[in-house]
Design a protein around this ligand. Structure first.
Ligand code: G3P
Ligand code: MG
Length: 250
C-alpha cells in the first residue's frame, strides 16, 4: 500500500518524533514505544559533517545529547550537528537528558530498517540544511537510503525547504511528499502546491483556517496539522476535514 492510501482512513495520528512524551525524541526507543498508538511515525533527518543521514530535530546537539559533558568536545560550541562526523556523533548519548537511560544515535538507515521489518509508515521530515549542504546532496543522500531499501511506498517526505520536495518528485515520483509551513501560507497557495507537485500540506495549528482547508480538500490535497496535544482540538480539526495530526501524546 502506498503512503497516500493511509489518507483513506479518518483521523490519522502521527507520533511526533516518535512517542516523545515517554521516551527521548527521535530515538529507536521512541519509535518502538509508538507502535500500536499511531498510524505513522514522524522523524526529523539531517546530515552529519560526512553526509550520514541521522535522526535529530535541533540543529545543535545541546538539548538532546550529553555533548556538553564530553571534555573532547568542549571547544566545539555551539555544537552544530553538521560540524560533527558520524563517528563523533556516535560517541554521544541521546537518552540521559530525558530519563537517565542511555540511547544510541539513531540513523535514517536504522529507522528505515525498523519500519521495513514491521511494515510501518513513516513521515521523514528533512530539516532545512541549505546553509550547510547543497540541495542536491541532501536530497540524493536521503533518497538513496529510501530507494535502496525499496521503501518508497511506506514513507511521506516533508520539509520546510520546499526546493527539496520538487527535486524528490523529479527523482522519485512515486514517493509521497508534503510541504511544511510554520508562520504563513505561501501566496497563491493552491497554485504554489501544484507547482511543487506535493501530495499534502502540513501546517502549524496556528495557521489553520477553515476556508483555506476547504479549498485544499476540494482540489485533493491531504492536510495534516502539527503539533496538536489537546484531544478536543484534535476532534475539532478532524471535523473540519483535517486528515492527520502530529502529537506528542499518543
Ligand atoms: O512535521 C511536523 C513537525 O514535526 C514540524 O515541526 O519543528 O517539530 O519538526 P518540527
Ligand atoms: Mg519534525
Amino acid at each position: 500500500m502506498n503512503f497516500l492510501k493511509l489518507f483513506n482512513r479518518i483521523g490519522l495520528i502521527a507520533a511526533h518524533r516518535g512517542a516523545n512524551s515517554i521516551a527521548p525524541e527521535n530515538t529507536l526507543t521512541a519509535l518502538k514505544k509508538s507502535i500500536g498508538y499511531c498510524d505513522f511515525i514522524e522523524i526529523d533527518v539531517q546530515l552529519s559533517k560526512d553526509f550520514v543521514p541521522i535522526i535529530m530535530h535541533d540543529d545543535t546537539l545541546q538539548r538532546t545529547s550529553n555533548v556538553q559533558e564530553i571534555e573532547a568536545f568542549k571547544s566545539r560550541k555551539p555544537y552544530l550537528v553538521h560540524d560533527f562526523t558520524f563517528e563523533e556523533l556516535s560517541t554521544l548519548d541521546y537518552g540521559s537528558w530525558f530519563n537517565k537511560k542511555h540511547e544510541p544515535l539513531l540513523t535514517l538507515n536504522d529507522a528505515l530498517e525498523f519500519i521495513k521489518d514491521k511494515h510501518l509508515y513513516m513521515n521523514v521530515e528533512i530539516k532545512d540544511m541549505h546553509n550547510s549542504f547543497s540541495d542536491e546532496t541532501v536530497v540524493s543522500t536521503v533518497l538513496k537510503k529510501i530507494v535502496d531499501k525499496d521503501l518508497q511506498n511506506q514513507v511521506l517526505i516533508s520539509s520546510f525547504r520546499h526546493e527539496y520536495l520538487l527535486m524528490i518528485k523529479e527523482k522519485a515520483p512515486n514517493i509521497a511528499t508534503a510541504a511544511l509551513v510554520e508562520d504563513e501560507h505561501p501566496n497563491e497557495l493552491i497554485e504554489y502546491l501544484k507547482r511543487l507537485h506535493v501530495d499534502a500540506y502540513n501546517l502549524n495549528d496556528e495557521l489553520v483556517d477553515e476556508k483555506i482547508l476547504a479549498k485544499l480538500k476540494k482540489v485533493g490535497f491531504f492536510v495534516n496539522v502539527y503539533t496538536v496535544n489537546d484531544a478536543v482540538r484534535a476532534k475539532e480539526l478532524f471535523d473540519m476535514g483535517v486528515n492527520g495530526i502530529f502529537t506528542d501524546f499518543l
